[in-house]
Write a protein that binds this ligand. Structure first.
Ligand code: PRP
Ligand code: 7HP
Length: 185
């Protein structure tokens, strides 16, 4: 059962608020340098990437805009089948734009693979991916991550946008959730 004290449900802090913010500043500087002289269109994948996108954007020194997409799994089997559907499409056209997809975590890669195919079909000038976390042990579909915050072990993590049953997104750090909370091992 999820208790009211969110911190008590955390087995260990994997990444502190300071570590996260320092790395995001580095990513922002790198992205700003790589896109110097260009405009960048950020696409955040709802809902987990909201905090990461908001913090990353504040470290970009180039002109940029943002939009959001939300997708959901089809049926029971989606996480293994890779079949997903769009819950909220982009508001703006991306034709001719330099697009940066912003994700909180790449796990199996199925979500990102679907979004990349969708975005590429809409004729942007370029597409790259920026992900805060990568859990490579779980990968099913290979996906290229151009800008990565941290590689993490195969543990279920929450905080800084990441949830379990829609909770814990508001934790300022990323922590390993106690397995007894979600019935894992
Ligand atoms: C999470 C996360 C990624 C996706 C990664 O989203 O935000 O979008 O899973 O998993 P994958 O690489 O195995 O596809 P989720 O569907 O939990 O929605 P949320 O962002 O609203 O939490
Ligand atoms: C999705 C997801 N959401 C929260 N924590 C994790 O470790 C996750 N992996 N994939």
């Amino acid at each position: 059962m999820v208790s009211n004290d969110l911190h008590r449900d955390i087995e260990a802090v994997l990444l502190t608020e300071e570590q996260i913010q320092r790395r995001i500043a580095e990513l922002g500087a790198q992205i700003s340098a790589d896109y110097a002289g260009k405009e960048l269109h950020l696409i955040g994948v709802l809902r987990g990437a909201v905090m990461f996108l908001a913090d990353l954007m504040r470290h970009l020194t180039i002109p940029c805009s943002c939009d959001f997409i939300a997708i959901a799994s089809y049926g029971m089997d989606t996480k293994s089948s890779g079949v997903v559907r769009i819950l909220k499409d982009l508001d703006d056209s991306i034709q001719g734009k330099h697009v940066l997809i912003v994700e909180d975590i790449v796990d199996t890669g199925l979500t990102l693979n679907y979004i990349l195919n969708l975005i590429r079909s809409r004729n942007p000038a370029s597409v790259r991916v920026c992900a805060l976390l990568d859990k490579p042990e779980r990968r099913i579909v290979p996906v290229e991550i151009h800008y990565l915050g941290f590689t993490i072990p195969n543990r279920f993590v929450v905080g800084y946008g990441l949830d379990y049953a829609q909770k814990y997104r508001n934790l300022p750090y990323i922590g390993i959730l106690r397995p007894e909370i979600y019935g894992g091992v």
